[in-house]
Structures are given as C-alpha cells and as structure tokens.
Design a protein around this ligand. Structure first.
Ligand SMILES: Nc1nc2c(ncn2[C@@H]2O[C@H](COP(=O)(O)OP(=O)(O)O)[C@@H](O)[C@H]2O)c(=O)[nH]1
Ligand SMILES: [Mg+2]
Length: 307
C-alpha cells in the first residue's frame, strides 16, 4: 500500500486508480489511506446535479478543459450510473472524454451507487477526500438529480451546480423533490436550442430566487445561461464558481462544509456497519422484540468495535 501512496502523490495514475479500488472494495481501508496522505484544506468540491440529459457531463467536460488550462488539477467522481463518463454515450462525448483521459491533470472515476435509489456510498465520499489530499484543486461530483438521495449526495459539495434546460417541464418534478432548492448556482444549459424559452426559464428562476423560494443564506444563488456544446457561458460560469469559493472562505462557511462532510461520512459508515450485520439476521415480528433486537445488535457492534 505505501508504495502506491508514494506513487499516487507523484501523480501516478495507475497508483491512484489502485487506491480508489481499495476503497471501493473495502471502505474501511479508506481511513488507513487517508491517514497516510497529507492533510489538505485547500480543495474545492463542486457538485453537479440535474436531470439526465440536461448536459451535466458535457458541461463538466468544458469546466475540466477550462480549469486545466489554468493549470489546476481536476478530478471527477461520477455517481450518475448513466454518466457518459462511464458509458461513453455519443461519439463526440467519447472523443472529449478521451482527450481528458490523456491529460495528466485530470482524473475521472465512476463509482457504484448504493442501493436502487442511487444513494451515496461511503466509498464515493472517501474518494472525494482522497482526491483532495492527492492535491487535486477541483473535485467534481456528478450525480443524477432525483429525489432525496441526490440532495444527500450534494451535501458533500462546497458548491452546488443545478443544471436545467429551457422550459422547465421535467424539472418541476425535481423541484418538488427538493433538488431545485439546493443550488448555489443554477445553470440553464442548451440555450442554443431555444433562446426564447431559455429567457423565460431565467425569469422564472430569478423570480423564485428573489421571492426567497430558493437559497437560504447570505449567498444569493446565481443563474447562468450556457451552451455546453458550443462552450458558451462557460467562462462566466467558471468566474461564478470561483466567486462562490471566495464567499465560502470569507464567511467561514468553507469549514462548515468540511464538518458537514465528516458528519455524512460517519453516518454512512455507521449505516454500512449496521446493514452488513443485518444480513442473515432473524427478525422479530413484535415491536417490543424489535426494540430488544435492535439494542442487542448495537451492543454487539459496540463490543466488537472496542476490541
Ligand atoms: N444542443 C445542445 N445539446 C447539448 C448541450 N449540452 C449537452 N447537449 C447534448 O445533450 C445530450 C446529453 O448530454 P450529457 O452531458 O450526457 O447529459 P447528462 O445526462 O446531464 O450528463 C448529449 O447528446 C449532449 O451532446 C447544449 O448546450 N446544447
Ligand atoms: Mg452525465
């Protein structure tokens, strides 16, 4: 393991991949790996969410190009199982991804989701921190914008981008599920397709923000119109993303986000330990017995951990 860590710190892609695989196979090794890496409080976790097909991967690809051109190192953890990062979707996308694959400053990794609803896995969060400690400046997390599972995933990000397309349509569903409320930056992508409808969507979002429906602290959510395929609006987006990071630092919220991420890690690990132990357990049908069984199980787990 030490030899991989040494190599990974020098940017060796094979070694980095190995470490990530260790974490994926046995999340409990994550602690060991993280401890061996230098602490780093200087990386930026950017969550990208929104319905499938809204252009998250395409936009991310543009952001990778933009940041790597500035000399920054970027990593992607793709949690969306349909991500074109993992599946290679269309020819154009594949070419773009291949371009990144040979860029020494970019590392893309897809990670299995937990359960059918696409929940966040412990490994996924640990990987984000590993990338940070390996010296990646921007760590992106792409996930599909459906429901509570997605809101959970975005809890690990410092900055949350919600990608929508002109004419809200399907997004209304996402809105109801709470996904639309969590954005620091709202992106109306595919403006090339319908500029008129894009302006309407812009006004709609602007109204929602101004009426206090979206956003809940001193940062007023920003809206950016982009065309990811044409590369339009990407520079503006990059500026706003960096502006948000500055805001987090100036207000001390950067540290708050870090501790929120730790909380999520603790919860996920505890859940994993419990659910592993649940396998094969004979379950009682009466509520009193349920309570007793739960207590027994937790006691047993605590004893094992203390050893
Ligand atoms: N016209 C147009 N198509 C886009 C734009 N961005 C992405 N697409 C296309 O939309 C499809 C879905 O994009 P993808 O990035 O895979 O979406 P994701 O599922 O949100 O990651 C692909 O065919 C893209 O080429 C855009 O700005 N304009
Ligand atoms: Mg995608």
């Amino acid at each position: 393991m030490d030899k991989y860590i040494e190599k990974a710190l020098k940017g060796d892609r094979l070694a980095i991949g190995r470490l990530l695989t260790y974490i994926e196979r046995d999340p409990r090794r994550a602690g060991e790996i993280l401890k061996s890496l230098p602490r780093n409080d200087d990386y930026h976790v950017i969550g990208v969410t929104g319905i499938t097909g809204s252009g998250k991967s395409t936009l991310l690809s543009q952001l990778l190009t933009s940041y790597s051109n500035k000399g920054l190192r970027c990593a992607v953890v793709a949690i969306d199982p349909s991500s074109s990062f993992s599946r290679g979707a269309l020819l154009g996308d594949r070419i773009r991804m291949q371009m990144h694959a040979t860029n020494p400053n970019i590392f893309i990794r897809s990670v299995a989701t937990r359960g059918l609803k696409g929940g966040l896995s412990f490994a996924g969060v640990a990987m984000v921190d590993v990338f940070g400690r390996l010296g990646y400046d921007k760590v992106f997390v792409e996930s599909i914008g459906v429901g509570q599972a997605d809101v959970d995933i975005m809890g690990i990000a410092d900055t949350i981008l919600v990608v929508t397309v002109p004419g809200l349509g399907d997004d209304i569903q996402a809105l109801k599920a709470g996904v639309m409320e969590i954005g620091d930056i709202y992106i109306i992508n595919k403006v090339d397709k319908d500029p008129g409808e894009a302006s309407k969507t812009f006004e709609y979002l602007k109204f929602a923000i101004e009426s206090g429906e979206l956003g809940h602290n001193t940062w007023v959510p920003k809206i950016v119109k982009t065309s990811a395929v044409l590369g339009k609006g990407v520079d503006e987006l990059v500026n706003i993303i960096d502006e948000h990071l500055e805001y987090l630092r100036e207000t001390g919220k950067y540290g708050e986000k870090r501790s929120l991420r730790s909380r999520i890690l603790v919860r996920l690990l505890a859940e994993k330990i419990v659910s592993d132990r649940m396998d094969g357990l004979e379950l009682p049908s009466e509520y009193d017995d349920v309570y007793i069984e739960a207590k027994k199980l937790l006691k047993k787990i605590l004893e094992d951990i203390d050893e």
